[in-house]
Design a binder for this molecule. Structure first.
Ligand SMILES: *Cc1c(COP(=O)(O)O)cnc(C)c1O
Length: 409
Protein backbone atom coordinates (compact mmCIF):
# COMPACT_ATOMS: atom_id res chain seq x y z
CA UNK A 1 0.00 0.00 0.00
CA UNK A 2 1.70 3.15 -1.20
CA UNK A 3 0.71 6.11 0.91
CA UNK A 4 0.02 9.42 -0.79
CA UNK A 5 0.72 12.97 0.32
CA UNK A 6 -2.64 13.54 1.97
CA UNK A 7 -2.09 17.27 2.11
CA UNK A 8 -3.28 17.30 -1.50
CA UNK A 9 -6.67 16.10 -0.30
CA UNK A 10 -7.03 19.22 1.85
CA UNK A 11 -7.25 21.36 -1.30
CA UNK A 12 -10.76 22.17 -2.46
CA UNK A 13 -11.28 21.39 -6.17
CA UNK A 14 -10.31 24.12 -8.64
CA UNK A 15 -13.94 25.09 -8.77
CA UNK A 16 -13.50 28.68 -9.99
CA UNK A 17 -12.43 28.38 -13.61
CA UNK A 18 -14.28 25.12 -14.29
CA UNK A 19 -17.49 26.66 -12.99
CA UNK A 20 -16.97 29.79 -15.12
CA UNK A 21 -16.39 27.62 -18.21
CA UNK A 22 -19.45 25.50 -17.43
CA UNK A 23 -21.76 28.46 -16.90
CA UNK A 24 -20.43 30.26 -19.98
CA UNK A 25 -20.85 27.18 -22.19
CA UNK A 26 -24.41 26.64 -20.93
CA UNK A 27 -25.31 30.26 -21.63
CA UNK A 28 -23.84 30.13 -25.16
CA UNK A 29 -25.73 26.96 -25.94
CA UNK A 30 -29.03 28.46 -24.81
CA UNK A 31 -28.26 31.79 -26.57
CA UNK A 32 -26.33 30.94 -29.73
CA UNK A 33 -26.84 34.44 -31.17
CA UNK A 34 -25.28 36.21 -28.15
CA UNK A 35 -21.77 37.62 -28.70
CA UNK A 36 -20.12 36.79 -25.43
CA UNK A 37 -17.04 38.88 -24.57
CA UNK A 38 -14.55 37.74 -21.98
CA UNK A 39 -13.11 40.27 -19.57
CA UNK A 40 -12.06 37.35 -17.44
CA UNK A 41 -8.84 36.36 -19.14
CA UNK A 42 -5.63 36.47 -17.14
CA UNK A 43 -3.55 36.01 -20.26
CA UNK A 44 -2.13 38.56 -22.66
CA UNK A 45 -3.63 38.97 -26.14
CA UNK A 46 -0.89 40.97 -27.90
CA UNK A 47 1.71 38.86 -29.72
CA UNK A 48 5.44 38.89 -28.96
CA UNK A 49 7.05 42.14 -30.12
CA UNK A 50 9.27 42.15 -33.24
CA UNK A 51 12.52 42.75 -31.31
CA UNK A 52 11.92 39.54 -29.34
CA UNK A 53 10.88 37.48 -32.36
CA UNK A 54 13.95 38.59 -34.34
CA UNK A 55 16.27 37.71 -31.45
CA UNK A 56 14.68 34.28 -31.16
CA UNK A 57 15.08 33.72 -34.93
CA UNK A 58 18.76 34.56 -34.70
CA UNK A 59 19.16 32.27 -31.69
CA UNK A 60 17.37 29.44 -33.53
CA UNK A 61 19.87 29.80 -36.37
CA UNK A 62 22.75 29.62 -33.87
CA UNK A 63 21.28 26.41 -32.47
CA UNK A 64 21.39 24.90 -35.97
CA UNK A 65 25.16 25.34 -36.43
CA UNK A 66 27.80 23.25 -34.65
CA UNK A 67 30.00 26.31 -33.91
CA UNK A 68 27.22 28.22 -32.15
CA UNK A 69 25.08 25.37 -30.84
CA UNK A 70 24.09 25.45 -27.14
CA UNK A 71 23.33 22.34 -25.11
CA UNK A 72 22.65 22.49 -21.40
CA UNK A 73 23.15 26.03 -20.16
CA UNK A 74 23.72 27.30 -16.63
CA UNK A 75 20.69 26.33 -14.49
CA UNK A 76 20.48 29.89 -13.12
CA UNK A 77 20.40 31.47 -16.58
CA UNK A 78 22.98 32.78 -19.05
CA UNK A 79 25.17 35.63 -17.87
CA UNK A 80 24.02 37.83 -20.77
CA UNK A 81 20.41 37.75 -19.51
CA UNK A 82 21.25 38.01 -15.80
CA UNK A 83 23.43 41.04 -16.54
CA UNK A 84 20.73 42.66 -18.70
CA UNK A 85 18.20 42.18 -15.88
CA UNK A 86 20.54 43.53 -13.19
CA UNK A 87 21.42 46.57 -15.26
CA UNK A 88 17.98 47.47 -16.59
CA UNK A 89 15.67 46.49 -13.74
CA UNK A 90 17.89 47.39 -10.81
CA UNK A 91 21.19 49.24 -11.27
CA UNK A 92 19.57 51.83 -13.55
CA UNK A 93 17.01 52.47 -10.77
CA UNK A 94 19.72 52.99 -8.18
CA UNK A 95 19.42 49.47 -6.69
CA UNK A 96 22.66 47.65 -6.13
CA UNK A 97 21.90 44.07 -7.16
CA UNK A 98 24.47 41.72 -8.70
CA UNK A 99 23.79 39.53 -11.71
CA UNK A 100 24.59 36.43 -9.65
CA UNK A 101 21.76 37.27 -7.24
CA UNK A 102 19.34 36.75 -10.15
CA UNK A 103 17.96 33.30 -11.01
CA UNK A 104 16.34 32.95 -14.45
CA UNK A 105 13.52 30.42 -14.62
CA UNK A 106 10.62 29.14 -16.68
CA UNK A 107 8.02 31.09 -14.72
CA UNK A 108 7.19 33.13 -11.67
CA UNK A 109 4.45 30.60 -10.97
CA UNK A 110 6.99 27.80 -10.54
CA UNK A 111 9.33 30.03 -8.54
CA UNK A 112 6.70 31.31 -6.10
CA UNK A 113 5.45 27.72 -5.84
CA UNK A 114 8.88 26.15 -5.31
CA UNK A 115 10.54 28.71 -3.10
CA UNK A 116 8.79 27.47 0.06
CA UNK A 117 10.76 24.20 -0.25
CA UNK A 118 13.88 25.74 1.26
CA UNK A 119 12.07 26.61 4.50
CA UNK A 120 11.10 24.38 7.39
CA UNK A 121 7.69 22.74 7.20
CA UNK A 122 7.06 24.32 10.62
CA UNK A 123 7.18 27.88 9.20
CA UNK A 124 4.00 29.85 9.65
CA UNK A 125 2.83 31.71 6.56
CA UNK A 126 0.85 34.89 6.00
CA UNK A 127 -0.94 35.69 2.75
CA UNK A 128 -3.14 38.46 1.47
CA UNK A 129 -6.82 37.70 1.12
CA UNK A 130 -7.77 37.82 -1.76
CA UNK A 131 -4.67 36.89 -3.76
CA UNK A 132 -3.18 34.74 -6.54
CA UNK A 133 -3.93 31.19 -5.27
CA UNK A 134 -0.50 29.61 -5.93
CA UNK A 135 1.14 30.80 -2.68
CA UNK A 136 -1.42 29.20 -0.44
CA UNK A 137 -2.02 25.99 -2.40
CA UNK A 138 1.68 25.13 -2.57
CA UNK A 139 2.02 25.60 1.19
CA UNK A 140 -1.01 23.38 1.71
CA UNK A 141 0.68 20.68 -0.43
CA UNK A 142 3.83 21.08 1.68
CA UNK A 143 1.87 20.49 4.87
CA UNK A 144 2.21 23.98 6.34
CA UNK A 145 -1.52 24.34 7.01
CA UNK A 146 -4.33 22.57 8.77
CA UNK A 147 -7.65 21.67 7.14
CA UNK A 148 -9.93 23.79 5.02
CA UNK A 149 -12.78 24.93 7.25
CA UNK A 150 -15.51 27.29 6.04
CA UNK A 151 -13.41 28.79 3.27
CA UNK A 152 -10.17 29.18 5.26
CA UNK A 153 -7.18 26.98 6.00
CA UNK A 154 -6.38 26.51 9.66
CA UNK A 155 -2.94 27.62 10.73
CA UNK A 156 -2.61 30.34 8.08
CA UNK A 157 -2.40 34.02 8.91
CA UNK A 158 -4.73 35.65 6.40
CA UNK A 159 -4.22 39.35 5.74
CA UNK A 160 -7.58 40.81 4.69
CA UNK A 161 -7.38 43.34 1.85
CA UNK A 162 -10.68 45.13 1.67
CA UNK A 163 -12.07 48.48 0.58
CA UNK A 164 -12.03 49.48 4.28
CA UNK A 165 -8.24 49.19 4.52
CA UNK A 166 -7.67 50.41 0.96
CA UNK A 167 -6.45 46.89 0.11
CA UNK A 168 -3.32 47.46 2.20
CA UNK A 169 -2.70 44.43 4.44
CA UNK A 170 -2.15 45.12 8.13
CA UNK A 171 0.90 43.61 9.83
CA UNK A 172 0.18 40.15 11.27
CA UNK A 173 -0.82 39.87 14.92
CA UNK A 174 0.45 36.31 15.31
CA UNK A 175 4.04 35.14 14.90
CA UNK A 176 4.73 34.59 11.21
CA UNK A 177 7.90 33.44 9.40
CA UNK A 178 7.04 33.85 5.73
CA UNK A 179 4.88 36.54 4.15
CA UNK A 180 3.72 36.54 0.56
CA UNK A 181 3.02 40.01 -0.82
CA UNK A 182 1.75 40.54 -4.34
CA UNK A 183 1.93 44.14 -5.57
CA UNK A 184 0.46 45.29 -7.90
CA UNK A 185 -2.02 42.70 -6.75
CA UNK A 186 -3.80 40.05 -8.73
CA UNK A 187 -6.85 40.16 -8.40
CA UNK A 188 -7.49 43.59 -6.79
CA UNK A 189 -5.33 45.60 -9.20
CA UNK A 190 -4.24 47.77 -6.25
CA UNK A 191 -0.62 48.36 -5.28
CA UNK A 192 1.46 49.19 -2.22
CA UNK A 193 3.10 52.59 -1.79
CA UNK A 194 6.62 53.13 -0.53
CA UNK A 195 5.29 53.86 2.98
CA UNK A 196 3.03 50.78 2.99
CA UNK A 197 5.90 48.53 2.04
CA UNK A 198 8.42 50.17 4.35
CA UNK A 199 6.26 49.08 7.30
CA UNK A 200 6.50 45.50 6.10
CA UNK A 201 10.26 45.60 5.55
CA UNK A 202 10.80 47.10 9.02
CA UNK A 203 8.48 44.50 10.55
CA UNK A 204 10.30 41.64 8.77
CA UNK A 205 13.64 42.90 10.05
CA UNK A 206 12.41 43.22 13.62
CA UNK A 207 10.84 39.72 13.48
CA UNK A 208 13.48 37.86 11.43
CA UNK A 209 10.76 37.06 8.91
CA UNK A 210 11.15 36.67 5.14
CA UNK A 211 8.99 38.47 2.57
CA UNK A 212 8.31 36.73 -0.74
CA UNK A 213 7.46 39.67 -2.99
CA UNK A 214 5.67 38.96 -6.28
CA UNK A 215 5.98 41.93 -8.61
CA UNK A 216 4.83 40.23 -11.81
CA UNK A 217 2.86 43.39 -12.71
CA UNK A 218 5.60 45.91 -11.95
CA UNK A 219 5.70 47.07 -15.59
CA UNK A 220 2.07 48.21 -15.38
CA UNK A 221 2.70 50.75 -12.62
CA UNK A 222 1.88 54.31 -13.66
CA UNK A 223 1.88 56.20 -10.34
CA UNK A 224 5.15 57.57 -8.92
CA UNK A 225 4.50 56.70 -5.25
CA UNK A 226 4.04 53.01 -6.04
CA UNK A 227 7.03 50.77 -5.40
CA UNK A 228 8.40 48.88 -8.41
CA UNK A 229 10.93 46.83 -6.52
CA UNK A 230 10.90 46.00 -2.83
CA UNK A 231 14.64 46.73 -2.87
CA UNK A 232 13.81 50.43 -3.16
CA UNK A 233 13.18 50.18 0.59
CA UNK A 234 16.41 50.41 2.62
CA UNK A 235 17.27 47.09 4.24
CA UNK A 236 14.94 45.05 2.03
CA UNK A 237 17.83 42.98 0.69
CA UNK A 238 18.15 41.47 4.16
CA UNK A 239 14.53 40.33 4.29
CA UNK A 240 13.04 39.89 0.81
CA UNK A 241 13.03 37.69 -2.25
CA UNK A 242 11.54 39.33 -5.35
CA UNK A 243 9.80 37.53 -8.22
CA UNK A 244 9.39 39.01 -11.69
CA UNK A 245 8.27 37.61 -15.02
CA UNK A 246 8.36 38.37 -18.73
CA UNK A 247 4.86 36.87 -18.97
CA UNK A 248 2.67 39.94 -18.58
CA UNK A 249 5.46 42.47 -19.17
CA UNK A 250 6.42 41.16 -22.61
CA UNK A 251 3.78 38.61 -23.59
CA UNK A 252 5.85 35.55 -22.59
CA UNK A 253 2.94 33.58 -21.09
CA UNK A 254 3.41 30.90 -23.75
CA UNK A 255 7.16 31.41 -24.21
CA UNK A 256 8.07 31.00 -20.50
CA UNK A 257 10.73 33.10 -18.84
CA UNK A 258 10.87 34.72 -15.42
CA UNK A 259 13.44 35.66 -12.79
CA UNK A 260 13.84 35.62 -9.04
CA UNK A 261 16.13 37.81 -6.98
CA UNK A 262 17.76 36.28 -3.92
CA UNK A 263 20.18 38.80 -2.35
CA UNK A 264 23.25 37.24 -0.79
CA UNK A 265 22.71 38.90 2.59
CA UNK A 266 19.23 37.35 2.98
CA UNK A 267 19.38 34.74 5.76
CA UNK A 268 17.34 31.92 7.21
CA UNK A 269 18.21 30.10 10.43
CA UNK A 270 18.85 26.58 11.67
CA UNK A 271 17.13 25.40 14.84
CA UNK A 272 20.38 26.17 16.64
CA UNK A 273 20.10 29.76 15.45
CA UNK A 274 22.88 29.62 12.90
CA UNK A 275 22.34 31.98 9.94
CA UNK A 276 22.33 30.37 6.46
CA UNK A 277 22.19 32.35 3.21
CA UNK A 278 19.01 31.59 1.27
CA UNK A 279 20.97 32.28 -1.91
CA UNK A 280 23.01 29.12 -1.43
CA UNK A 281 19.94 27.02 -0.66
CA UNK A 282 18.04 28.26 -3.69
CA UNK A 283 21.09 27.74 -5.90
CA UNK A 284 21.30 24.18 -4.62
CA UNK A 285 17.59 23.63 -5.19
CA UNK A 286 17.62 24.99 -8.74
CA UNK A 287 20.80 23.23 -9.84
CA UNK A 288 19.41 19.94 -8.52
CA UNK A 289 15.84 20.17 -9.80
CA UNK A 290 15.94 22.50 -12.81
CA UNK A 291 17.94 22.50 -16.04
CA UNK A 292 17.47 26.06 -17.19
CA UNK A 293 15.42 28.02 -19.70
CA UNK A 294 16.01 27.40 -23.44
CA UNK A 295 18.80 29.48 -24.99
CA UNK A 296 16.42 30.73 -27.68
CA UNK A 297 13.96 31.99 -25.06
CA UNK A 298 16.68 33.69 -23.03
CA UNK A 299 17.90 35.52 -26.14
CA UNK A 300 14.30 36.62 -26.72
CA UNK A 301 14.07 37.82 -23.11
CA UNK A 302 17.36 39.72 -23.46
CA UNK A 303 15.85 41.61 -26.42
CA UNK A 304 13.06 42.89 -24.16
CA UNK A 305 15.71 45.20 -22.66
CA UNK A 306 16.93 46.59 -26.00
CA UNK A 307 15.79 50.11 -26.94
CA UNK A 308 13.41 48.73 -29.61
CA UNK A 309 12.18 45.99 -27.28
CA UNK A 310 11.40 48.51 -24.54
CA UNK A 311 9.55 50.83 -26.91
CA UNK A 312 7.55 47.94 -28.33
CA UNK A 313 6.52 46.35 -25.04
CA UNK A 314 5.59 49.75 -23.59
CA UNK A 315 3.20 50.25 -26.50
CA UNK A 316 1.44 46.97 -25.64
CA UNK A 317 1.29 47.77 -21.94
CA UNK A 318 -0.16 51.19 -22.59
CA UNK A 319 -2.76 49.61 -24.86
CA UNK A 320 -3.83 47.30 -22.02
CA UNK A 321 -3.87 50.22 -19.61
CA UNK A 322 -6.08 52.20 -21.99
CA UNK A 323 -8.46 49.22 -21.92
CA UNK A 324 -8.39 49.45 -18.13
CA UNK A 325 -9.38 53.12 -18.32
CA UNK A 326 -12.24 52.29 -20.68
CA UNK A 327 -13.54 49.66 -18.26
CA UNK A 328 -13.18 51.96 -15.24
CA UNK A 329 -15.09 54.71 -17.02
CA UNK A 330 -17.91 52.33 -17.97
CA UNK A 331 -18.22 51.08 -14.39
CA UNK A 332 -18.43 54.67 -13.19
CA UNK A 333 -21.21 55.39 -15.68
CA UNK A 334 -23.05 52.29 -14.46
CA UNK A 335 -22.75 53.66 -10.91
CA UNK A 336 -20.47 50.87 -9.70
CA UNK A 337 -17.59 51.31 -7.29
CA UNK A 338 -14.29 50.05 -8.70
CA UNK A 339 -10.65 49.78 -7.62
CA UNK A 340 -7.37 49.04 -9.37
CA UNK A 341 -6.85 49.48 -13.12
CA UNK A 342 -4.26 52.22 -12.66
CA UNK A 343 -1.12 50.28 -11.72
CA UNK A 344 -2.29 46.86 -12.92
CA UNK A 345 -4.35 45.37 -15.75
CA UNK A 346 -7.03 44.29 -13.26
CA UNK A 347 -10.17 46.06 -12.15
CA UNK A 348 -11.82 45.02 -8.91
CA UNK A 349 -15.41 46.10 -8.65
CA UNK A 350 -17.73 46.07 -5.66
CA UNK A 351 -20.91 44.22 -6.51
CA UNK A 352 -23.99 46.41 -6.05
CA UNK A 353 -26.69 45.93 -3.41
CA UNK A 354 -24.81 43.28 -1.49
CA UNK A 355 -25.03 40.85 -4.41
CA UNK A 356 -22.58 37.97 -4.00
CA UNK A 357 -19.77 37.40 -6.50
CA UNK A 358 -21.51 34.55 -8.33
CA UNK A 359 -24.86 36.35 -8.53
CA UNK A 360 -23.02 39.23 -10.19
CA UNK A 361 -21.32 36.79 -12.58
CA UNK A 362 -24.75 35.50 -13.65
CA UNK A 363 -26.18 39.00 -14.04
CA UNK A 364 -23.25 40.22 -16.13
CA UNK A 365 -23.36 37.13 -18.33
CA UNK A 366 -27.12 37.06 -18.90
CA UNK A 367 -27.69 40.82 -19.25
CA UNK A 368 -24.47 42.06 -20.89
CA UNK A 369 -23.04 38.77 -22.26
CA UNK A 370 -19.77 39.50 -20.50
CA UNK A 371 -17.67 36.96 -18.64
CA UNK A 372 -15.58 38.03 -15.65
CA UNK A 373 -14.22 36.34 -12.55
CA UNK A 374 -16.06 36.12 -9.22
CA UNK A 375 -13.86 37.70 -6.53
CA UNK A 376 -14.64 35.00 -3.98
CA UNK A 377 -12.56 32.61 -6.10
CA UNK A 378 -9.41 34.42 -4.90
CA UNK A 379 -10.17 34.20 -1.19
CA UNK A 380 -13.00 34.74 1.25
CA UNK A 381 -12.41 38.52 1.37
CA UNK A 382 -13.11 38.58 -2.38
CA UNK A 383 -16.77 37.80 -1.71
CA UNK A 384 -18.89 40.69 -2.94
CA UNK A 385 -16.24 41.68 -5.47
CA UNK A 386 -15.65 40.86 -9.12
CA UNK A 387 -12.51 40.95 -11.30
CA UNK A 388 -12.39 42.33 -14.84
CA UNK A 389 -9.18 42.27 -16.88
CA UNK A 390 -7.75 44.66 -19.44
CA UNK A 391 -6.19 41.97 -21.62
CA UNK A 392 -8.82 41.74 -24.35
CA UNK A 393 -8.50 43.71 -27.60
CA UNK A 394 -9.38 47.43 -27.55
CA UNK A 395 -12.31 46.75 -29.88
CA UNK A 396 -13.91 44.05 -27.74
CA UNK A 397 -13.09 45.93 -24.54
CA UNK A 398 -14.92 48.98 -25.89
CA UNK A 399 -17.92 46.88 -26.91
CA UNK A 400 -18.02 45.29 -23.47
CA UNK A 401 -17.65 48.69 -21.80
CA UNK A 402 -20.60 50.11 -23.73
CA UNK A 403 -22.75 47.20 -22.58
CA UNK A 404 -21.67 47.67 -18.95
CA UNK A 405 -22.30 51.42 -19.04
CA UNK A 406 -25.87 50.77 -20.21
CA UNK A 407 -26.66 48.31 -17.42
CA UNK A 408 -29.15 49.06 -14.64
CA UNK A 409 -28.33 48.00 -11.12
C1 LIG B 1 0.61 35.90 -14.15
C2 LIG B 1 1.22 35.93 -12.80
C3 LIG B 1 2.51 35.47 -12.59
C4 LIG B 1 3.36 35.04 -13.76
O1 LIG B 1 3.55 33.69 -13.82
P1 LIG B 1 4.47 33.06 -14.96
O2 LIG B 1 4.62 31.66 -14.47
O3 LIG B 1 5.76 33.80 -14.99
O4 LIG B 1 3.72 33.13 -16.25
C5 LIG B 1 3.05 35.53 -11.32
N1 LIG B 1 2.35 36.05 -10.30
C6 LIG B 1 1.11 36.53 -10.47
C7 LIG B 1 0.41 37.15 -9.33
C8 LIG B 1 0.50 36.46 -11.72
O5 LIG B 1 -0.74 36.93 -11.87
Amino acid sequence: MTLINENYLKLPGSYLFSQIAKKTAAFKEANPQAEVISLGIGDVSRPLVPAVVEAMHRAADEMGRAETFHGYGPEQGYAFLRQAIAQNDYVSCGIDLQADEIFVSDGAKSDVANFQEIFSSSCRIAIQNPVYPVYLDTNVMAGRTGSFVEGLFEGVEYLPCTAENNFVPALPKAKVDLVYLCSPNNPTGTALTYDDLKKWVDWAKANQAVILYDSAYEAFITQPNIVRSIYEIPGAKEVAVEFRSFSKTAGFTGTRCAYTMVPKQLMGYTRQGQAVALHGLWLRRQTTKFNGVPYIVQRGAEAVFSAEGQAQIKENISLYMQNAQVILQALKEAGLQAFGGVNAPYIWLKTPQGMDSWAFFDKLLTQAHIVGTPGVGFGSCGEGFFRLTAFNTPQLTQQAAARIAAMQF
